[in-house]
Design a protein around this ligand. Structure first.
Ligand code: SF4
Ligand code: MG
Length: 335
């Protein structure tokens, strides 16, 4: 069995004025064809940087990949030339960004931008490329595509513009799509529609999808697995239902309890106290300990490994049993 994408022990450093920031510190994750991985965490947790490393758009200083491997369809991307990476980017993997307005070209009509994918990469005529552009716009649910194909990005609403970006990403039928906070700039109902569209296209086209988000609330219905990142590491990874049923890491629990929910109406929303650490000064032991309601002395000195909670589940918490709500026992690695 080969995963579509497998990231192994990835390390990325940034040079900053304050010193070296280990933005990604030994991350492992994998995505199968036809499945969705949600990567969750606050801003600065390393989730976008990991994705940029996968896409191969991190090669410019001050960022640098200092360790690990990224296998895509069995090939280690980190051993390829920039020319080979460029070929893969766009045609085999594509990225969707939060801010469609700055990701799209403001002076080209949407039809010309979409059409360019087909003229440049597929050698289609302008006329055929325009037809394909219209088809794509219809496929991502843009009404009146035949007319709107002539319009410019600023003439689209935020949600429609995000659909244009999804169309761009889909144009060459990539095997993997990475969507980095694709709905964060949108209002709640439009968020749900765009998420639904992504999930639909993912299953129709049998792609792999990585959904990067800080909002656990938007991925419940679309993700198969969740990887939670904190301070450049994965702190919990599990099938989506397990995470919602019972998180095995206090950080995940905090994220979960900060989602507004109808059944908790009237109750005050929980927020994780404090802020994520400065990446040049990550606390020793468990990086989450200054914010963790369950922290003990051992947490301040010993960095927790990713304990196996269940065969498909891991948690980097010394007290994952307690977090799961099991009777307290001595902390330690599980079998
Ligand atoms: Fe909290 Fe300790 Fe678990 Fe870290 S290891 S999440 S500080 S209980
Ligand atoms: Mg980000």
């Amino acid at each position: 069995h080969h995963a579509l994408l497998e990231v192994r022990n990835l390390e990325v450093e940034f040079r900053t004025r304050d010193g070296v920031a280990r933005a990604v510190n030994g991350v492992d994750y994998s995505v199968d064809q036809g499945s969705t991985l949600a990567v969750l965490g606050e801003s600065g947790s390393g989730k976008s940087v990991t994705a940029q490393a996968v896409m191969g758009i991190l090669d410019t200083p001050p960022g640098k990949i200092t360790g690990g491997e990224i296998f895509f369809r069995g090939r280690n991307l980190l051993t390829l030339t920039e020319k080979e990476r460029r070929k893969i980017r766009g045609s085999e993997m594509a990225m969707i960004f939060q801010d469609a307005l700055s990701a799209l070209n403001p002076v080209l009509s949407v039809g010309d931008q979409l059409g360019e994918m087909f003229t440049v990469h597929r050698g289609l005529s302008r006329k055929d490329a325009r037809d394909r552009a219209i088809e794509l716009m219809e496929r991502v649910g843009i009404p009146a595509a035949k007319e709107r194909v002539r319009q410019y990005p600023h003439q689209f609403s935020g949600g429609m513009r995000q659909r244009v970006m999804i169309a761009m990403a889909l144009a060459l039928e990539p095997a993997l799509i990475i969507a980095d906070e694709p709905t964060t700039a949108l209002d709640v109902t439009v968020q749900a529609q765009v998420m639904e569209l992504l999930a639909e296209l993912r299953s129709e086209l049998d792609m792999g999808l990585i959904l990067i988000t800080h909002d656990l609330g938007v991925v419940a219905d679309v993700a198969d697995r969740i990887a939670v990142m904190y301070a450049g590491r994965i702190v919990e990874t599990a099938p989506v239902h397990d995470i919602y049923r019972a998180p095995a890491h206090p950080y995940t629990r905090g994220l979960l309890e900060s989602i507004p929910r109808l059944d908790r109406k009237g109750r005050e929303l929980y927020a994780i106290k404090g802020l994520p650490p400065n990446p040049t000064a990550v606390p020793p032991g468990c990086a989450f300990h200054p914010r963790c309601p369950l922290a003990q002395d051992v947490c301040r000195t010993d960095e927790p490994p990713l304990y196996e909670v269940e065969p498909e589940r891991r948690s980097a918490c010394h007290f994952w049993r307690e977090t799961l709500g099991e009777p307290p026992g001595p902390p330690g690695p599980s079998e």
